[in-house]
Write a protein that binds this ligand. Sequence first.
Ligand SMILES: CC(C)(COP(=O)(O)OP(=O)(O)OC[C@H]1O[C@@H](n2cnc3c(N)ncnc32)[C@H](O)[C@@H]1OP(=O)(O)O)[C@@H](O)C(=O)NCCC(=O)NCCS
Length: 344
Amino acid sequence: MMAENCSNQKGQIMHKAHMAGIGYYVPEKVVTNADLEKIMDTSDEWIRERTGIIERRYVADGENNADMAEKASRKALDHAGCDVQDIDFIIYATLSPDYFFPGSGCLLQDQLGLNGIGALDIRNQCCGFVYGLSIADQYIKTGEYKNILLVGSEVQSRGIDLTTRGRDIAVLFGDGAGAAIISRTDDENRGIINTKLHADGKYIKELWCEDPGSIKNPRLSHEMIDSTSHWPYMNGRYVFKHAATRFPEVINEALEAANINKDDVDLVIPHQANMRITEAVRMRLELPEEKVYSNIHKYGNTTAASIPIAMSEAIAEGLIKEGSLICLAAFGSGFTWASALLRL
Ligand SMILES: CC(C)(COP(=O)(O)OP(=O)(O)OC[C@H]1O[C@@H](n2cnc3c(N)ncnc32)[C@H](O)[C@@H]1OP(=O)(O)O)[C@@H](O)C(=O)NCCC(=O)NCCS
C-alpha cells in the first residue's frame, strides 16, 4: 500500500504514524455450533440468538500462537509493500501466549529473522490491538522507530473448558491472528489521529483467569486444576452491560477530542465480542448498519486478533480504502476499553 514509508530516510523529531498495511490468518479448522453441540449441552439456536456466532476456527495440533502471528505478519508486510528487514520493532498483543515466559514477541522475532530488534509483549486482552496501536503511535511520533509490526494473536481453544461446565465462555471464543505495519509518514492527510486508553481494575474478577499465577505459592497446583480455577470465568451479563456503555463512551471521546462528527466516520470497527453488544453500541451511537462492521458470525471472539482480522476483511470487501476515516474500539477483561481514530 505505501512502500515509500518503509525507506530508511532520516526524519525529524516529531512524526506522524499511519497504518501502512494489514493482514490476518485464521486456522483452517472450522468449528461450527453443531460441532459444539456434540461435546457440550448447547444449541446452535442459543449461540446464534445471544451472540450471532455461527462458527469459529481452532488451531490444529502443532500449530501455535506465534505461527499464526508469523502468517498474519507476512500478509501485512505484503500489503504494506514492506520488506521484513524494514521492521525495527515488534509489539505483540496476546492473552494466550505460547509460554508463560518469554513472550511470544521473541518467538515471532526469531521466526521472521529479525534477531536483535526489540520485541514487546503486551497483555491487554480484547483491547490489546488498540493499546498496541497507541504504543506504536507514540514510538513513531518520537522518531524512535520507523516501521513497527503490531500483532494480535490468540489460541483460545486450548484455554477454554470445552464441556457443559464452561459452555457460557467456550462457545464465544475462537483462534486467529491479525497484524499491521505502523509506519512513519509525511502525509498530513492520513494517519493515526488519536488513541484513547482506559482501564478499571476493580472489575478484574468479572472476566478473568485466576490460575496459574504468582499470587499463589506454588504457582500451579493439583488443587487449582481440581477446582477448575485454571479455566476462565466470566460474569456474562455484567460484562455485557459495561461493554455496551464503554464502547460508545470511548468512541465519542475520540471523536470529540478530534472535533470529528460521527457521520464523517466511514466505518466503526469494534472488537468482535458479541453481535448483540455491537448492535447495542450501534443503536446508542445512532449509526446505520453499514457503518459498523461485524464478522463475528465467522470467527467468534478472537480477542486481540479480532480488530485486525475485521479490518483486513473490511478492506478486502471494499468497505474502506485509502483515505477512509475509521474508528476502532474495544472492551475487555480488566476491565479495559480503548479507541483509535485513523485515516487510512
Ligand atoms: C454470555 C451471554 C451470551 C449469555 O447471555 P444471557 O442473555 O446473559 O444468558 P441467558 O440469561 O439468556 O441464559 C443463561 C442460561 O443459559 C445457560 N447457558 C449458558 N451458556 C450456554 C450455552 N452455551 N448454551 C446453552 N445454554 C447456555 C446458562 O446456564 C443459563 O441457564 P439457567 O437460566 O438455567 O441458569 C451474554 O451474557 C453475553 O454476551 N455477555 C458478554 C460476553 C462477552 O462478550 N464477553 C467477552 C467480552 S470481551
